[in-house]
Write a protein that binds this ligand. Structure first.
Ligand code: ZN
Ligand code: ZN
Ligand code: ZN
Length: 361
């Protein structure tokens, strides 16, 4: 038996059509909730934590601190257990059908804040601008240091449900000798769209997200009382950035943040842009936290790769931050079918996030 407002449809990701999502709001589809997982650590300082101030000698070698002298606010260190490294020479090999590519690269940790369990929306906008500026600067340094590195991925796991192994708030930087397949798929498909339509698909999606309008008429006179021009998929916006709920969201509370003006390369972000990005990130995270309660999430930056083709993609690719809160655990259906299952309609989720009460800045 299906309920009247139930949605049951497969939505195709407009940028990567091979990736699709089953939006199924029926109760039976609801997978195990991550609420049952361990809660996150909210303490300000932990004596035994290697990432807390005062324990600097407990981390692998330091790469940079901000500010450079005095008490640090943000600190970059090498990863203790790097998944990719430049510390030994390996060679590619193939054996029968088995092939490997050398795991050459870099893996670093950015300690986001000196306070242990501080959530992103509790950080000041000034601090968040510094954090995203740190991402930009470190990405630029890594790209400039070694042209064998084709992609620098910045990401953050926050909370045990998102796979964070150290509870102290931190981000990671992994530099790879190949462009990851999902980034390449976005880059290639947006290029293809540009060839046909002569404009950027991400810019087109922002325009679409902004076109929903509502008019409220006076019940008695029939006169227009209020005209609301909010996009159905818009969660938050600043002067230069917008947070939107993707139509084909893989995760219930997934939100993407994009620059309103076309920009392919995250490294091109200016100081003014960083200030606006920081306040949009802060408000978006506060909305997620208000709705989910203690959001545990992964986020990652997708920007144009710095390889031989960077210039070709300048007009067609558009950098973005994908925020993926983890509220459920993938099931056998998802792993077996490759279809993400989303049990809350993206339209309803966007409305709830938009209507959430958050503290003024
Ligand atoms: Zn700590
Ligand atoms: Zn664009
Ligand atoms: Zn992306």
């Amino acid at each position: 038996m299906s309920e009247p407002n139930e949605i049951r449809e497969i939505r195709i990701n407009p940028i990567v059509p091979g990736e699709s999502v089953l939006v199924a709001t029926a109760r039976s589809m609801r997978p195990k909730k991550a609420e049952d997982l361990a809660p996150r650590d909210t303490r300000k300082h932990v004596e035994t934590c290697p990432f807390c101030r005062g324990n600097e000698d407990k981390t692998p070698p330091e790469i940079l601190t901000y500010p450079a002298t005095g008490d640090w606010h943000i600190r970059i260190v090498e990863n203790l257990y790097p998944v990719l490294g430049d510390d030994r020479t390996q060679t590619n090999f193939s054996f029968g059908l088995q092939q490997t590519i050398d795991g050459y690269g870099r893996h670093e940790v950015i300690i986001d804040h000196y306070e242990h369990g501080t959530a992103l929306h509790d950080m000041s906008s000034t601090h968040l601008a510094l954090l995203f500026g740190t991402y930009r600067d470190r990405m630029a340094q890594i790209y400039a240091s070694d042209d064998r590195l084709k992609y620098v991925l910045v990401f953050k796991n926050f909370g045990p449900a998102a796979g964070a192994s150290i509870p102290h708030t931190h981000s990671q930087v992994i530099a790879m000798p190949v462009v990851p397949e999902n980034v390449q798929a976005e880059v290639d498909n947006s290029r293809e769209y540009f060839r046909k339509h002569h404009h950027c698909i991400f810019c087109a999606l922002i325009d679409e997200a902004l076109t929903f309008e509502a008019t409220i008429y006076d019940r008695n006179s029939g006169e227009i009382r209020r005209k609301i021009d909010v996009g159905q998929y818009v969660v938050e916006r600043g002067e230069k950035f917008i947070a939107i709920k993707p139509f084909a969201s893989r995760f219930e509370w997934e939100v993407h943040i994009l620059p309103l003006a076309h920009q392919a390369d995250f490294l091109a972000i200016s100081a003014d842009d960083l200030a606006d990005l920081a306040s949009v990130v802060k408000r978006t995270m506060a909305r997620l936290d208000a709705v989910i309660g203690g959001a545990q999430y992964n986020y990652f930056l997708h920007a144009v790769p710095h390889d031989a083709h960077t210039a070709e993609h300048a007009a067609s690719y558009h950098w973005h931050l994908e925020i993926c809160p983890r509220t459920s655990i993938p099931t056998g259906f998802e792993l077996g079918s490759g279809l993400f299952v989303n049990t809350i309609s993206p339209e309803a989720a966007a409305a709830r996030l938009r209507n959430a009460q958050i503290a003024p800045e």
